[in-house]
Design a protein around this ligand. Structure first.
Ligand SMILES: *Cc1c(COP(=O)(O)O)cnc(C)c1O
Length: 398
């Protein structure tokens, strides 16, 4: 099969878009469930799901109907007016989080959810506590505020200074965190598992230690569940498995199932730290995006996608481990959020060979491939990948 259309589109992409993403290797035309087809008609199993976004897969009837019906009825109001979908969505999130005192701010992306969280923490802390604490290799977004707390030096360094004191500590190191958090700190922001760093979990008990350290210092515990939330790990939210509640929680990615939406949830005094006029967004809580998010939450519940994520994820992880291939060092992660860790820095080649075999996976680090497929991935689809994996790896490491 030729790649003529892909090549033509890549050339136009290169001539029209800023080069922030390089030129992506695959041009996707359409999708159905966990399968997608490129513009030349080649099929792929989508094991990355738009980076943990396409929770229901592609073209799920519940999402299609919710978006179509809402667009026809009312696509936009701005926040000069309220509408029912945003209220329903906030109520649903509060119910899933099990705290009737929580309050929600709706945004359009993960970055914006984190901006809201940082502003919220600053507002609650007051001017005497301006410092933020974040983790090395962490990722929180690309705006100046979210980037200031992003621990990836290569992303952050070219855009400073940020006008904010940020202390970076190793992820998972409670001792280093304790030493960094004093009474000048407004907030600590962490991910339960570092997604962009390569699906790197913290040791058990880390979130409980963050909770305790923040409580002792009076700092806000901001938990970024933008990638880990909405069923990815087999729980609605990763922190629920640890029995720890943050002060501020941020969500996006899987929440909209492909429509852009983010949420910042405040608990306790952080529920009400913003006053009228403190924050806003023209599109935030948009009726169409909110309807999509409600369809995602309904479908996760109706189709037991938490159970599927846990079971299919375990089978996928086990299948990858069981290859026993010399290039496989191990598998990190839980649920349908995994990293295949290699014994050599050859993830980019594995990603390319996997695409040749019809599997989309993501070289998230030089030695790790990330899988974050639709939560609707079937066990048969998972097995088709683990079955093909030895041949893919052989092509890289003969
Ligand atoms: C993707 C991501 C973000 C940024 O979200 P955008 O929607 O790209 O702005 C922030 N934090 C984490 C943990 C993410 O995975």
């Amino acid at each position: 099969m030729t790649a003529e259309r892909t090549r033509a589109l890549q050339e136009r992409f290169g001539n029209a878009l800023m080069p922030t993403y390089g030129v992506p290797p695959v041009a996707i035309a359409r999708g159905e469930g966990a399968r997608v087809w490129d513009v030349d008609g080649r099929p792929y199993l989508d094991l990355i799901g738009g980076i943990a976004v396409s929770a229901l897969g592609h073209g799920h009837p519940a999402l299609v109907k919710a978006v179509a019906d809402q667009t026809a009825a009312l696509a936009h109001t701005s926040n000069l007016f309220l509408h029912e979908r945003e209220v329903e969505l906030a109520e649903r999130l509060i119910a899933l989080l099990g705290d009737p005192g929580a309050r929600v701010f709706l945004a359009n992306s993960g970055t914006e959810a984190n901006e809201a969280a940082l502003k919220l923490a600053r507002k609650a802390a007051g001017p005497a506590r301006p410092v933020l604490v974040a983790t090395e290799n962490g990722f929180h977004g690309r705006s100046l505020g979210a980037l200031a707390v992003t621990g990836k030096e290569s992303m952050r360094a070219p855009f400073g200074p940020y006008g904010t004191e940020v202390r970076f500590v190793p992820h998972g190191d409670a001792g280093a965190l304790r030493a960094a958090v004093d009474d000048t700190v407004a907030a600590v922001i962490v991910e339960p598992v570092q997604g962009e760093a390569g699906v790197v979990p913290a040791p058990d008990g880390y979130l409980a230690a963050v909770r305790e350290i923040c409580d002792a210092a009076g700092a806000a515990f901001v938990l970024d569940e933008i990638q880990s939330g909405i069923g990815r790990t087999g729980h609605w939210f990763a922190h629920q498995a640890q029995g720890v509640r943050p002060d501020v929680l941020t969500l996006a990615k899987g929440l909209g199932g492909g429509l852009p939406i983010g949420a910042c949830v405040g608990f306790g005094r952080y529920a009400t730290a913003f006053a009228k006029g403190d924050h806003g967004s023209t599109f935030g809580g948009n009726p169409v995006a909110a309807a999509a998010a409600l369809a995602v939450l309904d479908t996760v519940e109706n189709e037991d996608l938490l159970g599927s994520a846990a079971r299919t994820g375990a089978a996928l992880a086990e299948g990858m481990r069981a290859t026993g291939h010399p290039l496989v060092a191990g598998v990190r992660g839980t649920g349908l959020w995994l990293a295949l860790v290699l014994t050599a820095e050859r993830a980019a080649e594995v990603q390319a060979r996997a695409a040749d075999h019809g599997f989309l996976i993501n070289a998230v680090a030089p030695d790790a491939l990330r899988l974050a497929p639709p939560l609707t991935l079937t066990p048969e689809q998972a097995a088709s990948f683990t079955g093909a994996l030895p041949a893919i790896l052989d092509e890289v490491n003969p």
